[in-house]
Ligand binder design. Structure first.
Ligand code: SIN
Ligand code: CO
Length: 402
């Protein structure tokens, strides 16, 4: 059974509680931080995580950037020209680490590395439904992505070496035309700091910023997701359409028994518009539909996520024996959300019945179920069968740190 590495405590256990004063937020509580800064104004936090070490060595990050299911970008600023390439990158496709002014950005490191995952979990005082991923950037001296703004909140945590950040709350967010990446046309920095390992900068959306490496450095970005209204509307309507398809089966098609012959076949029939309008006007939804849509949509793994089911899975009996000793944990790639009525695991919505309510919210919040908790449900074969199914899909692991 693996020992519990100091950084790898799973789940919410890693995050400060709402009213706990924490160095992570500059000796404020999460409640204070959320009221004063979240989505409102930037905050520099010196030594948010003292004694921090990069979750991955440079070579390990380069190895991740070589994988097909990892999203990575290489941004160079050689001879004063911005260039962007998308991964995967074989090690010999990256510039020499001795060369100045390049950076490699690797998204979703939390999905592939326990330490990065544990680091991201420190931010679970913010709902999982809003958390996106932990990106790590490696840069050589002078490297960066140029002055830009993001549409999302971000915590920029310095994990190795130094980076000079300049930020400004400018209104003019116009971009330089013709570049492969978003670089601001004009950048007026109002504040400037050099961040050292353990220092962190929180930025709300739309704050202009520019981070330039001073020597070799690595920065972890804890990013959030905030779907656009357009995306939400489109996805919700798609969800409703799928539901309507399920409810009506094959029978529900437009019908026009009273259509008369026409002399102008290309003309869109006003009757058709009227009738389809009437069909659309019957579309309705309530809060339950919105919750069910959001749960499924926000727990859906990203398109490039591939689970690793066990090559030789344990039988259900062996799995139960193992879990009684070691407990269970959610796989790093699993997203499990719940509300009063339902739970949503990796995009699938199911009813949260009384039996599940006894343990599922705990597994979801802590991302683990300790051995002694598992023992209390191990006699219920419907529960162990369900957990065994999840284990076989690679969604949970029977090796939680006991
Ligand atoms: C970086 O880590 O270099 C880029 C992060 C950002 O500015 O969003
Ligand atoms: Co940015």
């Amino acid at each position: 059974m693996p020992k519990r590495p100091p950084e790898a405590t799973a789940g919410r256990l890693n995050a400060p509680l709402p009213d706990e004063v924490t160095p992570l937020l500059g000796n404020q509580t999460p409640t204070q931080f959320m009221r004063r800064y979240w989505q409102k104004k930037p905050l520099l936090i010196r030594q948010a995580i003292p004694d921090i070490q990069a979750p991955l060595a440079r070579e390990d990050l380069f190895e991740l950037a070589d994988l097909d299911d990892v999203e990575s970008r290489l941004i160079t600023h050689f001879r004063n020209t911005w260039a962007l390439e998308h991964g995967p990158f074989a090690p010999d496709e990256l510039p020499s680490v001795k060369k100045r002014e390049w950076t490699l950005l690797v998204q979703g490191v939390n999905l592939h590395d326990d330490r990065a995952h544990a680091l991201m979990n420190r931010f679970r005082f913010i709902p999982d439904a809003r958390l996106d991923d932990l990106m790590i950037s490696y840069a050589t001296d002078g490297g960066g992505v140029g002055a830009h703004f993001d549409s999302y909140d971000v915590f920029l945590l310095q994990v190795h070496g130094k980076r000079r950040w300049r930020i400004g709350a400018q209104r003019d967010l116009s971009l330089k035309p013709g570049l492969p990446l978003k670089v601001l046309q004009h950048f007026d920095a109002e504040e400037e700091w050099v961040l050292e390992p353990g220092d962190m900068l929180y930025l709300p959306p739309h704050i202009a910023h520019d981070g330039v490496a001073e020597g070799e450095c690595m920065t972890a970005s804890i990013g959030f997701r905030a779907p656009s209204t357009q995306e939400l509307t489109g996805q919700f309507l798609y969800h409703l359409a799928e539901r309507a398809g399920d409810a009506n089966g094959a029978a529900a098609h437009y019908r026009d028994p009273k259509q008369e012959p026409v002399a102008h076949p290309a003309e869109l029939p006003p009757l058709l518009v009227e009738r389809v309008g009437a069909i659309l006007a019957t579309v309705s939804w309530d809060e339950k539909d919105v919750a069910s849509f959001l749960g499924s949509y926000l727990s859906e793994p990203k398109a490039n996520v591939v689970f690793d089911p066990p090559a030789r899975p344990l039988s259900e009996q062996k799995f139960v024996e193992r879990a009684k000793k070691s407990g269970l944990r959610l796989d790093r790639k699993s997203i499990l959300l719940y509300n009063k009525r339902s739970y949503f695991l990796n995009g699938e919505a199911e009813i949260l019945d009384a039996k599940l309510k006894k343990w599922l919210p705990e597994l979801a919040d802590n991302r683990l179920l300790e051995a002694k908790r598992f023992v209390t449900l191990a006699d219920d074969s419907s529960m162990t069968a369900l957990l065994h199914e999840w284990y076989r899909a690679g969604w949970i692991q029977a090796d939680a740190y006991a």
